[in-house]
Design a protein. Structure first.
Length: 283
């Protein structure tokens, strides 16, 4: 009889995940002043790599078979898994950067979205800022659910409820799409572990949420249809209808005294405050 490895971690193991989370957060934060028109996605990737190495860690993205970069950088109609290269950012671009670090055998994984400042049409800027706001808010709704919900399926339900509560975009009039083929996941010794974390309601309640659970919660939304395809590079996921995509992600731990967002410098305090949740450091 084959025994299935537990998805739950000990308090000591959760403590070991704090530093890789901090390093991942530092790498993404270092990109904030660099996201400007005229900068290439390869330059952003190089800076993230520099920060991770300087902190004594390694890129866990580079440990994925066939991938050679520290980040995935997705621009406009690209939603996730965009490959850094010679693409130069333009004013008004919506740019999602996904990054992770492995430190002493433990992993962090996070994604943030930026809007490139500059002279861009006001309607384009408004539409993309709103998409990022809704995606970010849905992520925090899912994280907040992890603090009190009984099963992982409640996280996806909270994300979907948040998105649907926003209604159609006040700028474009379009409803937001939630990607179905790409989901969140467990995290620990590997960047991608069981269980899957769906960003929408499912009939299956999923695994129990209890102390020892570490998840990467990462809603991926579009400003239009949910249908996507993989570009010829075999990595980049883009929308079929050409609508903008957006991706936000945090690694989160549920422990004996509450939850802690491993990839947020404040543990998630600011993002969770609107939901009435206060994070507690891992003892």
């Amino acid at each position: 009889m084959m025994l299935r490895k537990s998805i739950y971690k000990s308090p000591a193991q959760l403590r070991s995940m704090v530093e890789p989370g901090r390093i991942t957060a530092a790498a993404l934060e270092a990109l904030r002043p660099l996201v400007r028109a005229g900068v290439s996605t390869a330059e952003l990737d190089a800076e993230a790599s520099r920060v991770i190495i300087a902190r004594g860690a390694e890129s866990n993205f580079k440990l994925v078979r066939g991938y050679r970069h520290t980040t995935c950088i997705s621009v406009n109609e690209e939603v996730v898994h965009g490959i850094p290269g010679d693409r130069v950012l333009q004013p008004g671009d919506i740019v999602s950067v996904d990054c992770g670090a492995q430190f002493q055998g433990w992993n962090g994984d996070s994604a943030v979205t930026f809007i490139v400042p500059g002279d861009a049409p006001s309607d384009v800027l408004a539409r993309r800022q709103e998409l990022s706001r809704v995606t970010n808010g849905s992520m925090w709704a899912g994280i907040a659910a992890m603090a009190s919900a009984s099963h992982i399926g409640d996280i996806g339900a909270a994300i979907q409820d948040y998105v649907e509560a926003q209604g159609p975009s006040v700028v474009s009039g379009e409803s937001y799409g939630i990607l179905r083929e790409y989901v969140g996941h467990g995290i620990g010794r590997k960047m991608h572990e069981a269980p899957s974390v769906f960003n929408y309601r499912t009939p299956d309640a999923g695994a129990e949420i209890r102390p020892g659970l570490a998840l990467a919660i990462e809603p991926m939304l579009t400003a239009g249809g949910e249908a996507t395809f993989v570009e010829d590079d075999d990595w980049t996921v883009s929308t079929v209808d050409g609508s903008d995509g957006c991706h936000w992600e945090h690694s989160v731990a549920r422990h004996e005294n509450g939850i802690w967002v491993l990839t947020a410098p404040d543990g998630g305090a600011a993002g969770l405050a609107p939901f009435g949740v206060t994070p507690t450091p891992i003892a």
